[in-house]
Design a protein around this ligand. Structure first.
Ligand SMILES: [Zn+2]
Ligand SMILES: [Zn+2]
Length: 925
């Protein structure tokens, strides 16, 4: 082991090794096992092939190799509590395996594992041990077959075969069915790896300490076990092996912790850059680091497999591990959202092999941050309550917190059971898990959990019209219904007038419910004119004065949509993320202003873009559609052909000039007639009311006062009818970058662009790319073009050189093959196939042949389906033509009498060449 292999390389080595031995490389199955209802998550390599061994499934291959994603965080196999406390446990891990389905057996499996470990990876032969099966009950024959195979492995110490009983070395899938002996490979890491050194303990293979590690388990499935205890040999014998990936990486990289391998190095570096800890400080307080790296890795893989954070089943697990990671972050003073940063390191490391990570990058990062923020809002109140409960039970000399109370903490504050238990155990107390699960089930039933959500948009408007009628009769709402004003304020107070769940009006909602909420007034923008909906939060406003009152009444709804459900009815659509909102509660609805501001930048920029297109392409470049989102803008317009790169550049430049001019943006309400008379741009096909909203961008501030009420349309830089939300001044856009220009439909072009933060991110990403490229080219950013040019020159030189070398090689090979020349009635005949060549080279070789045989010579050379035939002049004079020879052996082609080129449209080259001697004999008759 001279060079340290990376984890990714080790995984690839394993797969390549078995592919070379005719195995099919099979991708990992999802963490969510399809079809297996008994399992929450895929927890071993066997899951994917279980049905093949039972005999209910068949694969198109009999040898397979894979690296399987596994998760052990729930159910019978649950490693959660050990994660972080030691160097070997993970919630997520990979299992390397090679499989034989009735194909090879013990001899190949053992020989290959020995070769891979010692020849390919260079592990010391004298440190490896093999265990074999000897039945402690005496029913099953001892596995001498495996033991004997081990003893013949080159360099294997025969005294290192050890026998163990059923617990260690016998595998069965269930109580009955396929089963068989195992043979494990262990390594002795040396005394310095013994965590119990100096104490009295069982020190050896399968002992008590960390000196001896199991690396690889080979399971030989050879029996069928019946209910009456009968054991029958299986007609087909199988091999199932498993090698813990993280463990073999730690051994090959020579480190004493899985967390010190390169698998976690980038994640740890990200964390360390956030905490500012030195490496020693980190290792002194390694538990939170280990928990965070482990949990973020699991969460990233879960979300990539579609398991987003939620309240039940698998989704609960994702939520729980994210929240647990976030809580361990507070132990190393991380308060700002940080999990997405760690996840990026995970995606960067694993994304090339597990491409689902790369594909779902944005979803993973977004879900992590959202969940982290949700949790941060409530965790303080939640842990304060938990602390109170824990002091109470301590005061009454108890040690276990009631599970129902722990569930209340989850339902109200989103504190998962596992976190309550962590906190309790840190104080030598515990939480009743059974009670928690009972309460959870009861709650799920009560709130109709598990049932699919009703269609929010499917509820008919009559239902909402009736709600409005009732609210009016109770004087809870004005005569026009819900007041809509997204322009004045992004924060509006009001009473909760109605809560709708699954198409039913209810008096209260609880955690995770999908709800529609009606307030008397809203500042949320409803999607129109291309501008997307606002998002944000509705929160309870506390009315009591004591701390207890305030915490009890707190609730929060995350709003992700808003709609006009009926005339006069606007509903906020979202999910309860903490507490229990009730009709009649005082609330504040607050738009996510950062998101809104990003949208406004894109909207005002859209107007500037529209203007620039008119200037540069002409007035016929009329808007045909648009999307104004927080992260980008999209603008479709009529134009018969693609814009030239120069036009795109000019448009981009003009918009950025308009931004730099820091022009004021004026919003006015006026009659449609007046606005049109002033020349405001209206969109074709759009319906406008009698009074309209107009957006003017003025060329200078002086016009601002002069223009009040007066009509100076010529001095307006841009003037549109528009109901969207806009900035006060153009400079607030920051910068504007066109990402693409393309076709949207016949005669319609589409521009996509970013502004503000989006523009910064794009620039930053491109700069990083440039810097990395420069780094990889060992040059500076400025020198990249020169460097690339010289590399291209170098490549074409090398290509030329390579072509020359190939020719030379073919020539020398050809000289050797001249011995294949046969003599037919004094004529030297050569029929030869040359691999990896071309027609030019064949012609050269043909000349070479004629040099050697200036008289009485005939040759046909072939490469691929191309053939060249040559005939010496004396034979041409005697009437033999090169083209005829080609026709004679079944090829098509032509040329001069002394040299012709042809090809075989179908048929075997060898067969054709074999015919040559016969054809020549005919011609010479
Ligand atoms: Zn020991
Ligand atoms: Zn607009």
């Amino acid at each position: 082991m001279s060079k340290k292999l990376s984890g990714n390389q080790i995984r690839q080595d394993f797969i390549d090794f078995f592919v070379e031995h005719k195995h099919t490389a099979v991708p990992s199955m999802s963490l969510v096992p399809g079809g297996d209802g008994t399992l929450l998550f895929t927890n071993s390599g066997m899951v994917q092939f279980k049905d093949v061994f039972i005999g209910t499934d068949k694969k198109p291959y009999t040898r397979a190799v894979d690296s399987q994603k596994c998760l052990r965080v729930a159910g019978k196999h649950n490693d959660l509590e050990d994660v972080g406390r030691d160097d070997t446990h993970h919630t997520f891990f990979e299992m390397l395996g090679n499989w034989s389905f009735g194909d090879y057996y013990k001899k190949e499996a053992i020989t290959w594992s020995w070769q891979l470990l010692t020849d390919v990876w260079g592990l010391p032969k004298d440190k490896l041990y093999a265990t074999c099966f000897r039945d402690d009950k005496g029913n099953v024959p001892q596995d001498d077959e495996a033991a004997d195979i081990w003893k013949t492995q080159p360099g294997f110490d025969p005294s290192h075969v050890l026998f163990f009983g059923r617990k260690e070395n016998f595998w069965q899938m269930a109580e009955f069915g396929p089963c068989g002996p195992c043979s494990e490979i262990h390594i002795d890491l040396g005394e310095e790896h013994d965590n119990m050194r100096g104490t009295d303990h069982v020190c050896g293979v399968n002992g008590e300490c960390t000196r001896y590690l199991e690396l690889w388990n080979n399971v030989f499935i050879q029996y069928n076990l019946f209910e009456d205890g009968r054991l029958e040999p299986l007609p087909q014998k199988h091999v199932d092996t498993g090698m813990g990936f993280e463990r073999i990486v730690s051994v090959l990289q020579g480190v004493d912790s899985n967390y010190k391998t390169d698998l976690f190095a980038d994640s740890l570096n990200v964390l360390r850059s956030l905490t500012g800890h030195s490496e020693k400080e980190m290792l002194d307080n390694f538990t939170p680091y280990r928990v965070i790296c482990d949990h973020v890795r699991s969460a990233a893989f879960l979300i990539a497999d579609g398991v987003v954070p939620g309240n039940a089943g698998r989704n609960y697990v994702t939520r729980m591990i994210i929240r647990r990671a976030a809580r361990f972050g507070t132990k190393i003073n991380l308060t700002e959202p940080f999990l997405a940063k760690v996840a990026e390191a995970v995606i960067n490391y694993y994304g090339s092999f597990y491409t689902e990570l790369e594909k779902n990058r944005a979803t993973i990062l977004d879900n992590l941050t959202r969940e982290e923020i949700r949790f941060a809002r409530t965790v303080e109140a939640g842990t304060a309550h938990l602390e109170n409960l824990l002091s109470e039970i301590r005061a009454s000399n108890q040690t276990i917190l009631d599970g129902h109370k722990a569930f209340d903490l989850y339902a109200t504050y989103g504190l998962p059971f596992e976190i309550s238990r962590d906190i309790a155990r840190e104080q030598n107390l515990d939480v009743d898990e059974v009670g928690f699960n009972e309460a959870k089930e009861k709650h799920a039933k009560a709130s109709g959990g598990g049932k699919a959500m009703g269609k929010l948009g499917g509820v008919d408007s009559e239902f909402f019209a009736n709600i409005l009628k009732d609210l009016k009769s109770e004087n809870k709402i004005g005569k026009d219904g819900v007041e809509y004003d997204p322009y004045t304020s992004t924060k509006v107070d009001g009473e909760v007038l109605a809560i709708i769940i699954n198409g039913e009006s209810v008096s209260s909602a609880s955690l995770d419910d999908q709800v529609e909420i009606i307030l008397p007034k809203t500042g949320f923008y409803i999607e129109s004119g291309g501008q997307v909906n606002d998002e944000g939060y509705i929160r309870s406003r506390s009315i009591g004065s004591s701390t207890a009152d305030r915490t009890r009444q707190q609730w929060e709804i995350e709003i992700t949509g808003i709609r006009r459900a009926a005339a006069g009815v606007i509903t906020h659509i979202g999910q309860v993320i903490s507490g229990q909102p009730k009709v009649g509660d005082k609330a504040t609805a607050e738009v996510d202003v950062t998101r809104r501001h990003n949208i406004m930048r894109n909207h005002t920029a859209t107007h500037l873009l529209h203007k620039a297109l008119h200037e540069i392409l002409g007035k016929s470049a009329v808007q045909a559609g648009s999307l104004v989102a927080p992260d980008r803008l999209r603008f479709d317009f009529n134009h018969p052909e693609a814009m030239t790169p120069e036009q795109v550049e000019r448009v981009e430049k003009m918009v950025n000039e308009a931004i730099a001019m820091d022009m004021p943006v004026v919003k006015e309400i006026k009659s449609q007639e007046e606005a049109k008379k002033e020349g405001a741009m209206a969109l074709f096909g759009e319906k406008y009311g009698d009074t309209v909203r107009t957006i003017s961008i003025l060329e200078s501030d002086s016009l601002l006062s002069e223009n009040k009420g007066s009509k100076l349309p010529d001095s307006k830089y841009s003037y549109e009818l528009c109901g969207g939300t806009h900035l006060e001044r153009t400079s607030d856009i920051g910068s504007f970058i066109i990402v693409s220009e393309g076709s949207a439909a016949a005669g319609i072009r589409r521009i996509e662009a970013v502004t503000g933060r989006g523009a910064y991110e794009l620039i930053n990403k491109r700069f990083k790319l440039l810097k990395n490229t420069a780094f990889n080219l060992k040059s500076s950013v400025e020198e990249i073009p020169v460097k690339v040019e010289s590399l291209q020159e170098e490549v074409s030189e090398l290509k030329k050189e390579l072509a020359n070398l190939r020719n030379q090689q073919a020539m020398s090979a050809f000289s050797n093959q001249l011995s294949a020349v046969q003599t037919v009635k004094d004529v030297s005949v050569l029929a030869l196939e040359i691999s990896d060549s071309n027609a030019d080279a064949l012609r050269m070789l043909a000349d070479k042949f004629r040099e050697k045989y200036p008289k009485n010579g005939i040759a046909v050379l072939a490469t691929g389906s191309t053939l060249i035939a040559v005939v010496t002049e004396d034979l041409v004079k005697a009437g033999i033509k090169a083209g005829d020879l080609l026709t004679g052996i079944g090829a098509k082609g032509g040329g001069r009498p002394n040299m012709a080129q042809g090809s075989l449209s179908d048929g075997n080259v060898k067969e054709a060449l074999n015919k040559l001697v016969k054809v020549v004999e005919e011609k010479l008759k």
